[in-house]
Write a protein that binds this ligand. Structure first.
Ligand code: IFM
Length: 470
């Protein structure tokens, strides 16, 4: 089932089927918005380095200034509060809090986030912290990066520095954002920092990211004492549908789902890696570097699973020429394009598959979920009156919020929805070319303008909350 809201009927209305207390938010991440990369003791991250590699990022762009949020934070919080959201999800820059990735906390770095939390709480907005959204201190990459076991311990130490400073006032903590991207885009495909292309490194990274998550989660839980703590991890998840009912296509889906979803959620929730994927990796001579006791740490109980959803996908197990193996002799897992509307990222728009995903997560993993990211890049234009009439984005949000409500109707325990992103920002290898914000950023002047989607989101939240007050 794929819903498509008619573009002509994008009036905000109350969303049916969401409970009182359903969380509404907007999300960002440190490197994508902060800028001020050399200020107050922050040291370089792998993204500062990667951006300088010729050809790595669109137009050689970088996060040196980004949205200048580090200097404009109070105004940005004002903007967030004006949207009527109850929650703001943001990430902490590890090299701001612990320069170089080792040793004591940097008071000035922590101070920025303390002020951010103050500003949010003064305006009644709940802070939701992500500890790691990809800005690994460069020194730790130089010492081996995520494929090295020590990085997991370094992450747990950093997590504790942050938690000790902010845990008395912040209840909602996410350890990692999208470890699949850190491991696969960063270490297997070379598309993200640090730009390595080695599958063995990527699988080492998977295990050490999960180990770091578990060690941090365990220590934070121990430290929490009487302080309320809602702890989670955020994964980028999709659905895998076979192109046909052939065994090859079903096998391709098994592999896609195994490498994208079960490789993370099985150890996190069930304390074991999926046997079929361990076997597939062994066929390539690759072993996950698991040591005694690791999986117990990885499976430290969580309160919530953060789900970042952008699209589902259709898979075939053969090449276009019908071969079951690729040029490296590996089994084919080929994404097949469908005749569906797309975003500016060329991503298919598949809201019905968000419902399917949430229902499946409920069945297989039974954790409460929050949509920690959902949104779309489109090529916005500014109208003569200064408004940004982004009806495609509004329709995308409307369809996916409806999909969440449908998932709840089918039994999925979804407790919140955060739009990605609060504002246009540095979209990694795409630089500033792709705009995901519901607020437009003019990068020449740093002026922020609410797009029509932001006004729609604000009014939808307002109307939906009122349903519960009637
Ligand atoms: O911008 C990213 C974000 O940093 C992580 N999730 C996906 C978004 C869109 O690509």
């Amino acid at each position: 089932m794929n819903l498509v809201t008619p573009r002509s009927s994008l009036q905000p209305v109350a969303v049916q089927g969401l409970p009182a207390g359903f969380r509404w938010g907007v999300a960002t991440s440190s490197y994508q918005i902060e800028g001020a990369v050399g200020e107050d003791g922050r040291t370089p991250s792998i993204w500062d380095t990667f951006c300088r590699v010729p050809g790595a990022v669109h137009n050689g762009e970088h996060g040196d200034v980004a949205c200048d949020h580090y200097h404009r934070m109070p105004q940005d919080v004002e903007l967030i509060a004006g949207l009527g959201v109850d929650t703001y999800r943001f990430s902490l820059a590890w090299p701001r809090i612990q320069p170089g990735g080792r040793g004591p906390a940097n008071a000035k770095g922590l101070d920025f986030y303390k002020r951010l939390v103050d500003e949010l709480q003064d305006r009644g907005v709940t802070p939701w912290i992500t500890l790691y959204h990809w800005d690994l201190p460069q020194e730790l990459e130089d010492a081996g990066g995520w494929p090295a076991r020590d990085t997991a311990y370094r992450f747990a130490d950093y997590a504790m520095l942050a938690y000790e400073a902010l845990g008395d006032r912040v209840e909602h903590w996410t350890t990692l954002n999208e470890p699949w991207c850190s491991a696969m885009l960063g270490y297997a495909y070379g598309a993200h920092a640090p730009g390595r292309t080695d599958m063995r490194d990527a699988m080492g990274a998977v295990h050490h990211l999960l180990l770091g998550h578990g060690l941090a989660a365990r220590r934070m839980r121990e430290a929490a004492g009487d302080n309320p703590l809602e702890l989670g991890i955020t994964l980028n998840l999709g659905t895998a549908t076979p192109e046909t009912d052939s065994e090859a296509d079903r096998e391709a889906c098994r592999r896609a789902d195994g490498m994208g979803t079960r490789l993370y959620l099985d150890p996190i929730v069930h304390g074991r890696y999926p046997e079929d994927i361990v076997r597939d990796l062994a066929d390539q001579g690759i072993e996950l570097p698991v040591q005694d006791g690791d999986l117990e740490a990885v499976a430290t109980p969580l309160d919530v699973l953060g789900v970042n959803f952008y699209r589902g996908a259709l898979f075939s197990g053969v090449t276009e020429d019908g071969s079951p193996t690729d040029t490296d002799g590996l089994p084919v897992v080929r994404g097949v394009e469908r005749d569906l509307p797309r975003t500016a990222m060329d991503w298919e728009i598949t809201p019905g598959e968000l419902t399917d995903l949430l229902v499946r997560l409920q069945r297989d993993y039974a954790l409460p979920t929050v949509i920690t990211e959902n949104g779309a890049a489109f090529d916005d234009t500014v109208a003569a009156d200064g408004s940004v009439p982004d009806s495609d984005r509004t329709a995308y949000l409307a369809d996916h919020i409806a999909a969440v409500s449908e998932a709840r109707a089918q039994g999925a325990d979804v407790r919140g929805y955060f739009a990605w992103s609060l504002m246009d920002n540095f979209e990694w290898a795409y630089g500033y070319d792709k705009r995901f914000g519901i607020v437009r950023v003019d990068y020449d002047t740093q002026e922020r303008t609410l797009k029509d989607s932001a006004k729609w989101y604000r009014d939808t939240i307002h109307l939906t909350r009122n349903v519960h007050q009637d």
